[in-house]
Design a binder for this molecule. Structure first.
Ligand code: ZN
Length: 298
């Protein structure tokens, strides 16, 4: 079996600093969380950025550049940025950061997330029975194609986010029209309210539905990642973990840092007997062509 790639999703766009004070917000906090996660075994970091004052999610090329510059000065971890953004962000805002960063020497992300369809996203309060958040994460076909082609043009490897089984076929369609290039890399995002639940049988069905030669990783909302991760580790997949996805380390135990979550997955891998990939090994396994974003852009 290939080595395990752990991705640390350090901040995301939905968790608030009030929910967990360990959530990194400023560029330095986000960069430090990324570097600490790499130290604990992550080969890749998945980034969003936030307004340093309010902590609100924003999709701003200057903030991304600040974070990526800080990370690259101290670590060779693979930088993966979101193009899913957050609720209320426009398509142009979400994808615009790719050309904006590609235009800055040494700051182009190597990987970017590419949501492969629309999701009827929500958060339900178990306590009150109220929907505390509801947002349709819209990704119509013309935008899917434009996002994929923009990444391809700038040699940024798409990480295809799969919330529902049919989205795998969407990616295959995009490949058939030349918008995506094989081998494809997938991230299964399970347990989001409005999409596929985080269950072992769902994960097995998804991985068995992938096109030949594809690589895959799984993340899940809340504590369910700790049920999905061992399945992925034991069956040749990869794992994403981080405060973007869960603010708990165990039932009733709040996470203090992203590092702790990465360390928990690294421990699982050790128990199962699967070594961790370094960033350099992960680049090779994922066929990332623009190592460290330093090669010429077109
Ligand atoms: Zn994200």
């Amino acid at each position: 079996m290939e080595k395990l790639i752990i991705t640390a999703a350090v901040t995301g766009s939905l968790v608030t600093p009030e929910q967990n004070p360990g959530l990194p917000v400023t560029p330095e906090e986000i960069a430090s969380a990324a570097i600490e996660s790499a130290g604990a075994g992550a080969a890749m970091v998945h980034l969003h950025v936030r307004d340093p004052e309010s902590g609100r999610p924003v999709h701003d090329a200057d903030l991304f550049a600040d974070v990526i510059g800080r990370i690259r000065a101290r670590s060779d971890v693979i930088v993966n940025i979101s193009t899913g953004g957050g609720p209320g962000m426009s398509f142009d805002e979400r994808i615009g950061v790719i050309p904006a960063l590609a235009a800055r020497p040494g700051l182009k992300p190597e990987v970017a997330s590419l949501n492969a369809g629309s999701v009827n996203f929500g958060i339900l309060s178990q306590r009150t029975g109220e929907f505390v958040m509801s947002a349709v994460q819209e990704n119509p076909w013309p935008e899917l194609k434009r996002f994929a082609e923009t990444m391809s043009r700038h040699d940024v490897k798409p990480e295809i986010e799969i919330y529902e089984a049919g989205m795998i076929h969407n990616a295959v369609v995009l490949e058939s029209i030349g918008a995506l290039r094989a081998p494809l890399h997938f991230q299964f995002v399970l347990g989001v309210l409005g999409a596929l639940q985080a269950r072992v049988d769902n994960l097995v069905f998804l991985k068995n539905s992938l096109p030949p030669g594809a690589t895959w990783s799984v993340c899940a909302v809340g504590l369910e990642i700790f049920e999905m991760a061992p399945v992925a580790i034991a069956s040749g997949g990869h794992v994403r973990v981080g405060l973007e996805d869960t603010v708990f380390l165990a039932p009733g135990v709040k996470v203090r840092s992203n590092r702790e979550l990465v360390a928990k997955i690294a421990d699982m891998a050790q128990w199962i007997g699967r070594p961790l990939a370094t960033p350099e090994e992960a680049r090779e396994m994922l066929h990332i062509r623009n190592a460290a974003g330093k090669e010429g852009d077109s």
